[in-house]
Write a protein that binds this ligand. Sequence first.
Ligand code: NAD
Ligand code: ZN
Length: 348
Amino acid sequence: MENIFFCSANIESTLKEWLNKQSCSRVFILCDENTAKYCLPKISFLQGKGLIFQIPAGEAYKNLETAQQVWSAMTAQYLDRNALCINLGGGVIGDLGGFCAATYKRGIDFIQIPTTLLAQVDASIGGKVGIDFEGYKNQIGLFASPKAVFIDTNFLETLPEKELLAGFAEIIKHCLIADKEMWDEISTKSWQEQDWQELVKHSVSFKNLIVEKDFQEKGVRKLLNFGHTIGHALESYFLSKNEKLLHGEAVAWGIIAETFLSYQKGFIEKEDLEEIQDFIAFQFKESKKWLSDRDVDEIVMLALQDKKNQNNEIRCTLLSEIGRGIIDVSVEEYELQEAIFYLNEFSP
Ligand code: NAD
Ligand code: ZN
């Protein structure tokens, strides 16, 4: 069970108090250029606490080269096994920093201080850490739990709107697979009108519950993959073309495509499909992409290579109704292709 602190009142004192109880020898703080600028000043006592290592911002740096730089910095500082790594940033910092900490000297403790909405509701919870490799997302990594997670929605004040919206996609996913009531609540408001504090708490408790039941993702945790088979393929495809599509944006469009699959399989009604697609397509209209036949073929190829697929069979998490997900649904290649083509049906 993860040790999660919601500290919107005062993260400094909560963190300080927690750190005082730890017996770590040294502190290593990992941040990126933006979190160093906008988030570190909100926990200013950290600046005198240990080495601050800053990397450039962005998914492109969640790679082996940056990991090597982090390990080198840890080595140069003579960090021993009792050191603590503090990951201050979004999912990139959390995944990369967690990966480096979990592998340095066979693993040192780390804590997550997620500063994006996406990292607060999703990436920082659940102990998956890793890096991208040879064009594949999260290809190298492991399960390793942080010693604690400190969540402060005040960090969201400086987050660009596009990033906030991307995090909203994971909240939408959580509602669709597990909580119809919450879906009804969020789907009547635009993303600008949402109560992030309430939604972050709701999403974190839900994700934590799932992870507790199935840490290694052998069963129920696969629910969280809804929207991600196609979402990841879209994300990898546009990353390879150097066309920016954020993880959360890709997931939003992945949710529409996989909701369409749920409809094609006869699990949900046409009205359900329309309700979901209309809300999401409108909120995410800025990230809409037009997909040519060739684009679709390549995205299908990427989805087929997705690590979650066993024996060349595509298994997806779909919806059995609004508010309930269903795991391990076998999907044919042509069905996947149709679902991706379906994304062209929305006018840009
Ligand atoms: P990110 O870490 O790249 O952050 C997005 C941008 O926001 C960056 O430019 C960052 O510098 C900036 N930023 C962060 N906090 C800020 C703040 N408070 N104010 C201003 N700017 C700020 O991206 P992300 O969306 O947080 O995370 C995406 C990553 O998370 C992907 O690599 C994805 O694979 C991973 N992820 C992991 C899990 C998991 O379970 N481990 C789950 C979901 C996503
Ligand atoms: Zn995700």
